[in-house]
Design a protein around this ligand. Structure first.
Ligand code: XMP
Length: 513
């Protein structure tokens, strides 16, 4: 695809994805690549601008990530952020040193707003700093464009060479005018038009899929989640009945969710595709009987899912392509990130080695989640589905602590439906990252009417998060919690107590298992 692009070179900073997202918010396509991608590859990509991310190192540290100095001679504007700014200064003959006072967090920065990077920015502006080293002296040919009382070069530029740098992080929310600065760089300095839009993405993708698939047959595992639904509709629009979607209902979905998926994708829905719903509830409950350990449950659900899918695929026969709903953060993370495994995340997308096919199609692999949603709306997928909150592959299996039974599934489904209903009625649903009911393994004594009860406790969870890696417990108004509680204990048989989880992540996780 021929389009204008900004390349973010990743030097190990925590915010590399965020930089790319912010650039895309300027309607400019942006990709993240490792810092050592090489000049030839960079030239091939013909970016309109390059951004160096921050990173945890000092430019003097052994093995610190360094790119070729010639990158500054390509005639492509470069913006260095934090470590990226120090590296620029270091490679071009400026002086980087350990700052006498480190700056962390919100910092007031004095900017010279006559300069291109700071057009329209207030003279004193709050920025997010996080550094131990700093640029003590800008390289020759550079003008200092911003400073703080302790940081002499918080911004610098060499207009002739198209080189710009800021010590702080314009991409994070706490930098109050950061978006303006990035916009100045991407649109003002790099001269991007800002024509990366979802309607053109959808159109171009449909054309590309048709060209690639020809008259081949395509198989898609549909989970009902946002990513696989958008991928499926994109394929359906491109190739219609050459596509078969298999939807495995493992009996661990939210209340009525299986039917809702069928309404949209089934024969009475708006799309022309082959839809197969496999009702495998009993099979999954059978496999899960007596199993209490969370990772074991995840494994069983994952394996059984693959088995069911494989059986269906065999009935369909050989296919040419398999569709996966991989999105850009997965691509970046699998290429660059390394982190400890806290939970093995079974994703219903990941199943290729059990099915015979020639190639995988990942139509969303360049999109961030919010862009997937925009593409979904562009494709006419119902809002309810497009804005569905994340739901784990193993579903309610990991929201029922301990053994999973059909009876417990019913309790948690009913409690969760009430909770979601009341949250929506209170108008809170758009502001929460994720919220759901889980069934604890605790039974306790209660009294209902004149009867003693010995029933389960439901736990309510609601978190605010932007990346799902960390989260804080959301504050739900007491009256909403009160209504939810009385409805759950009155309407859900087998539940006599409702608890609210106030734990953040860390130390908790979002799900209970
Ligand atoms: P945790 O519980 O790890 O959840 O804080 C972070 C995010 O990941 C989702 N999650 C899963 N998604 N398979 C998935 O596809 C899983 O096994 C799984 N476990 C957690 C969770 O819903 C949250 O959005």
């Amino acid at each position: 695809m021929d389009r204008e692009m900004i390349v973010v070179l990743d030097f190990g900073g925590q915010y590399n994805q965020l930089i790319a997202r912010r650039v895309r918010e300027c309607n400019v396509y942006c990709e993240v690549h490792p810092y050592n991608i090489g000049l030839d590859r960079l030239k091939e990509m013909k970016p309109k601008g390059i951004i160096f991310t921050g990173g945890p190192n000092s430019v003097y540290a052994e093995g610190a990530p360094v790119c070729e100095k010639e990158v500054f001679e390509l005639g492509i504007p470069v913006l260095g952020i934090c470590y990226g700014s120090q590296l620029m200064a270091h490679l071009l003959g400026g002086k980087v040193a350990t700052a006498p006072v480190s700056e962390y967090g919100r910092t007031e920065v004095d900017v010279e707003n006559g300069f291109a990077m700071f057009k329209g920015v207030s003279k004193k502006t709050i920025c997010w700093m996080s550094h131990t080293d700093y640029i003590e002296q800008a390289p020759e040919g550079f003008t200092v464009t911003a400073h703080t009382p302790v940081c002499p070069v918080a911004g610098m530029e060499n207009v002739k060479k198209g080189l710009y740098a800021v010590q702080f992080h314009p991409e994070v929310m706490h930098t109050q005018e950061g978006m303006k600065m990035l916009h100045n760089f991407v649109i003002g300095i790099c001269g991007c038009k800002g024509d990366w839009r979802m309607d053109s993405f959808v159109e171009t993708s449909i054309r590309a899929i048709r060209e690639k698939v020809g008259d081949g047959r395509v198989l898609c595992a549909l989970s009902g989640g946002v990513d696989s639904s958008v991928a499926a509709v994109l394929l359906a629009k491109a190739i219609g009945r050459q596509l078969t979607c298999v939807f495995v209902d493992h009996g661990l979905l939210r209340k009525n969710e299986g039917d809702e998926v069928e309404e949209v994708f089934g024969p009475d829905g708006p799309y022309d595709l082959n839809f197969i719903r496999v009702n495998a509830q009993e099979r999954f409950y059978g496999k899960l009987a007596g199993v209490e350990e969370p990772e074991r449950k995840r494994k069983i659900i994952g394996e059984e899912f693959i088995r069911v899918f494989e059986e269906e695929a065999k009935k369909i026969g050989a296919v040419d392509y398999l569709v996966q709903g991989t999105i850009y953060p997965d691509v970046i993370e699998s290429g660059l990130g390394k982190s400890a495994v806290i939970k093995s995340h079974h994703n219903v997308g990941g199943l290729p080695d059990c099915v015979e096919f020639k190639e995988i199609i990942e139509p969303l692999r360049l999109l961030f989640k919010d862009e997937v949603r925009k593409a979904g709306l562009e494709l006419g997928i119902p809002k309810k589905l497009v804005y569905r909150q994340p739901f784990p592959g193993p579903g309610l299996g990991i929201r029922i602590i301990g053994e999973v039974t059909a009876e417990k599934v019913r309790m948690v489904q009913d409690a969760d439906a009430i909770y979601r209903d009341e949250i929506a009625k209170a108008g809170l649903d758009k502001d929460l990252g994720q919220y759901f009911a889980a069934l604890t393994n605790m039974r306790s004594v209660g009294v209902m009417g004149d009867e003693r009860t010995y029933d389960y406790a439901v736990a309510l969870r609601a978190v605010n998060t932007s990346d799902f890696m960390t989260a804080e417990a959301a504050q739900i108004p007491w009256d909403v919690l009160g209504t939810v509680t009385s409805r759950i204990v009155n309407e859900v048989k087998g539940v006599n107590r409702v608890l609210f989880d106030c734990t953040g992540k860390p130390p908790g996780t979002i799900e209970f298992e």
